[in-house]
Design a protein around this ligand. Structure first.
Ligand code: ATP
Ligand code: MG
Length: 143
């Protein structure tokens, strides 16, 4: 079991000025912020990040949404990080998310659902490397 996961505060939540409130929820749940930045994804970068979904009917809308404004990727650390973070954010569709989850609190729809969370340890490592250099991770948080 790995102890790392990648979160993204998506463009809808950044536009709604929810960055602070969402990071507070994340740290109150016991996650440590290892690296964080604000960045506007290009079509290539967003398409590469969600490549597993490229044959899905919603893929073009997903890329358009993820490039519609800045987002905030965050490398997180906690024991059982991937599963615990997925639990904290709730179901993909906020209408089906449990009470108190980040998507239930802050998301508007299945497409614009406020946050991303890695779905496996293997993808967490790939996704952290998508946004952060080794140097950034080590300089910010050597332990
Ligand atoms: P994420 O990977 O962003 O954490 P997830 O793992 O809960 O979300 P996925 O199935 O990986 O859900 O879908 C990736 C993203 O694609 C969703 O978060 C959502 O923004 C969008 N998406 C998924 N299904 C749909 C759909 N049916 N219609 C529109 N958008 C969708
Ligand atoms: Mg996913």
């Amino acid at each position: 079991m790995s102890n790392k996961t990648l979160a993204i505060i998506k463009p809808d939540a950044v536009k709604k000025n929810l960055v602070g409130q969402i990071i507070t929820k994340i740290t109150e749940a016991g996650f440590k912020v290892k690296a964080v930045k604000m960045t506007k994804l290009t079509v290539d970068s967003a398409g590469g990040f969600y490549e597993v979904h490229k044959e899905r009917p919603f893929f073009n809308d997903l890329v358009e949404f993820m490039t519609s404004g800045p987002c905030v990727p965050i490398a997180l650390e906690k024991e059982n990080a991937v599963a615990d973070f997925r639990k904290l954010i709730g179901a993909t569709d906020p209408a089906q998310a449990d009470e108190g989850t980040i998507r239930k609190l802050f998301a508007d729809s299945k497409a614009e659902n406020a946050v991303h969370g890695s779905d496996s340890d293997e993808n967490a490592a790939i996704e952290i490397a998508h946004f952060f250099t080794r140097k950034e991770l080590l300089e910010n948080y050597p332990n």
